[in-house]
Write a protein that binds this ligand. Sequence first.
Ligand SMILES: CCOC(=O)Nc1nc2cc3nc(NC)[nH]c3cc2c(=O)[nH]1
Length: 372
Amino acid sequence: MAIKYELIKECKQTGARLGKIHTPHGTIETPIFMPVGTQATVKSMTPEELKEIESQIILSNTYHLYLRPGHDLVEKAGGLHKFMNWDRPILTDSGGFQVFSLGDLRKISEEGVEFRSHIDGSKHFISPEKAIEIQNSLGSDIIMAFDECAPYPADREYVKNSLERTTRWAKRCKKAHKNTDTQGLFGIIQGGIYKDMREQSAKEITELDFPGYAVGGLSVGEPKPLMYEVLEYTTPLMPKNKPRYLMGVGSPDCLIEGVIRGIDMFDCVLPTRIARNGTAMTSQGRVTIKQARFYDDFTPLDPECDCYTCRNYTKAYLRHLFKANEILSARLFSYHNLYFLLKLMKNIREAIKNDNLLDYRKEFFEKYGYEL
Ligand SMILES: CCOC(=O)Nc1nc2cc3nc(NC)[nH]c3cc2c(=O)[nH]1
C-alpha cells in the first residue's frame, strides 16, 4: 500500500485530529503544511534548508513540469525525488487548477482540457489519463486526480455538471493509475458552496475508495466564513481513517480554522510569494519591511521566532536588502515564512495532544491581530 493513514487522536473539543501518513519516502505527522515547489524547487530554498526547518513533504506541479522541462526528462533522471535531490515525500497536483485558471486560453470537453502554454503559447491537451501518466513518470508519493475546480461564484447548474464530470474523470484516473503500490492517488471532492452538491460529490468520490481525499473548489475567492461553513458539512462526509487535504490554503487563521474542522493537509504559495515582496508572517501579525519605520529598526523580524533569519538579522538590514533588490532578501523572508507556518502546525499538533486547541486559537488570534 503506497499511502497508509494512522489516526492517532481525535480532539475532544473540535473536529481536529492528530495522525501520521506513511509513504514510501517517509512518515508525515499531521496536521501538516506542505511548502509549494511548483517547478521542482521551493523557490530560493535548498533541500537542506527545507530539512532544517523540518519540512516533511513538499508539493510540485504537474502542469508546469509537463511544459518544462517535460515529464519524460524527469523520468529519465530517475524521477522527481532524484532530479531535485529531495528524498522525503512529494505530492504532485494534477494541473487541473492551473489549466482552469488559464481563463480563455483553455477549452474543456468530456475528453479533457485543451490549453495554450503560458510559456510559449503552444497548444496542449491534458486528459485524466495524461494527468496520471505524467504523475506516474514524476514518481511522486501522492498524486491527485484530474478534476475541475469550479470558479467562485458559479451557479448551481454549472457546479452540478462540473462535479459530475469530476467524478467521471476520477474513475478514469483510477483506471489509468499504474503504480498503485508506490504512489497513492487522492480523489478530489468538489460541489462549490452548495451543501447538497458537496454531499453528492463526497458520496461519488469516496465510493471510489481512494487512499486519501482532497476538498477542492475552495480558496477561490469566497469569503473565509463561507469556506469554513462548507468545511463544517463536508469533512464529516469524508472517511475518518483517510487523510483530508484542503487545497490552496493558506494563511495562519485558515490553517487553524481548517484543522478545527477536520483537515489534515494544507498547501499554499503564500509564504514564499509574499516573501519576494518583503512581507513576513510574524507572531505580531504581518510585517512589510519596505515601510520607512523599519529604516533604523535593529530588532529581529519576529522577536518570538528562533529561526535563522530572526536570530541573525535585523529589520534594518532586511529592509536594506529588499530595497536594494538583493537575492538574499527573498531567501531570508522565505526561510522565515516557511519556518513560521511549519512551527504553527507543530504548535497546533501539540495543542491537539494537550486538548487545548481552542485556547491556542484564542491566544494566537489575539497576538496576530485576527478577530475571532
Ligand atoms: C493540489 C491538487 O490540485 C489539483 O490537482 N486540482 C485542484 N487544485 C486546486 C488548487 C487550488 N488552489 C486554491 N487556492 C489557492 N484553490 C484550489 C482548488 C483546487 C482544486 O479544486 N483542484
